[in-house]
Write a protein that binds this ligand. Structure first.
Ligand code: AHG
Ligand code: MN
Ligand code: MN
Length: 330
């Protein structure tokens, strides 16, 4: 069953559309490297239980978190496809302590920071997980080193994520354009293997039916944050998958707000600035939404450490602003 028919493929979108929506030189190749990697990760996610590839590697990553075998496999796949694109100068990855610098002729003009597999607690239980990418251009004439990756979110030229859910969807954000592409999975007659445009020009709905937060953390929130969450609780329905990328994707399409604030146990918050908050904050803003720590715009943070964490309030612009106002009021 070939379903794509008249639909624009990601390849076509990248070849045609990016010309006036972002720096065209090489960005398309970076996006296609992400798409190609995600096709392989999607297969591994689908097959993991059958291939006895679930469970942990027995290692702890630089975040102090247990590494799942699929975290490691996804990290390896994306490092490989991005390095081979010829357009990437450096890769920062949640699972890798130091940046991967792509030396010499193989290197290119872009810096990619990624969470290769988001939603660790859902990997083994067939619940939606995903991959997240922020993309920067290296500075003119720059020789890339570890510090080159410490760039604020507002300098991103594009961001993307992939959700491995009941279908596999890649969402690409460039300046003022957010579009979603669904993988026509399988091969031969059962699917084209292409990502096809199914969600053109995504704008986050003004209506906000949902809030997404870990309610189990409520008792360790400070009082202003408790007040802000109580306001959300009183107004909206709770939806919490526990995979940021899936929670965000639902809220982007249906309207909603995601909140993972700082608390007594997580003084700097839980989520990673460079791999989660910046890329999804960029997607949200290009779709008309907002991203804040509760005190400042995520995009304006000048990072000091590759793996730094941040509180995150993300989604519908009006509701993010209202939530931030309650937190700031103290
Ligand atoms: P990762 O799997 O990349 O480490 O990220 C997990 C994150 C994120 O996906 C999710 O929003 C959050 O952890 C859930 O945390 P809690 O289990 O504390 O709610
Ligand atoms: Mn994550
Ligand atoms: Mn991860």
């Amino acid at each position: 069953m070939a379903l794509i028919g008249h639909r624009t493929t990601l390849q076509e979108h990248v070849a045609a559309g990016l010309r006036d929506k972002g720096p065209s030189d090489g960005l398309g190749a970076v996006i296609m490297a992400i798409a190609n990697g995600s096709r392989r990760v999607q297969q591994q996610v689908q097959q993991a239980a059958l291939a006895d590839a679930l469970g942990t590697t027995g290692e702890t990553n630089v975040q102090g978190e247990i590494v799942q075998r699929l975290d490691k496999a996804s990290s390896d796949i994306f490092v490989e496809t991005l390095s081979a694109s010829g357009q990437v100068a450096a890769i920062g990855c949640e699972e890798i302590e130091r940046p991967v610098i792509v030396e010499g002729d193989a290197g290119g003009g872009f810096i990619v920071l990624m969470d290769p597999l988001d939603g660790s607690s859902n990997i083994d239980v067939a619940v939606s997980i995903g991959s997240i990418f922020g993309i920067w251009q290296k500075r003119p004439g720059e020789t890339v080193n570890d510090d080159s990756l410490l760039r604020p979110g507002n300098e991103q030229v594009a961001a993307a994520y992939v959700v491995y859910g009941s279908s596999t969807v890649l969402v690409l954000a460039t300046k003022n354009n957010v579009s979603g592409f669904t993988l026509d999975s399988g091969s031969g007659d059962s699917g084209s293997g292409e990502f096809a445009l199914t969600h053109p020009n995504i704008r986050i709905p003004v209506e906000c039916p949902y809030y997404s937060t870990n309610e189990g953390n409520n008792k360790v929130l400070d009082e202003p944050t408790q007040k802000a969450i109580a306001l959300l609780r009183n107004k909206y329905s709770l939806r919490y998958v526990g995979s940021l990328v899936a929670d965000f994707h639902r809220n982007l399409l249906k309207g909603g707000i995601f909140a993972y604030p700082a608390d007594q146990n997580r003084k700097d918050g839980r989520l990673r600035l460079m791999y989660e908050a910046n890329p999804l904050g960029y997607v949200a803003e290009q779709a008309g939404g907002a991203a804040s720590t509760g005190y400042e715009r995520i995009m304006d943070i000048v990072p000091t450490q590759l793996h730094q964490r941040t509180p995150l309030i993300l989604g519908n612009k009006d509701v993010v602003e209202e939530t931030v106002a309650v937190i700031k009021a103290g």
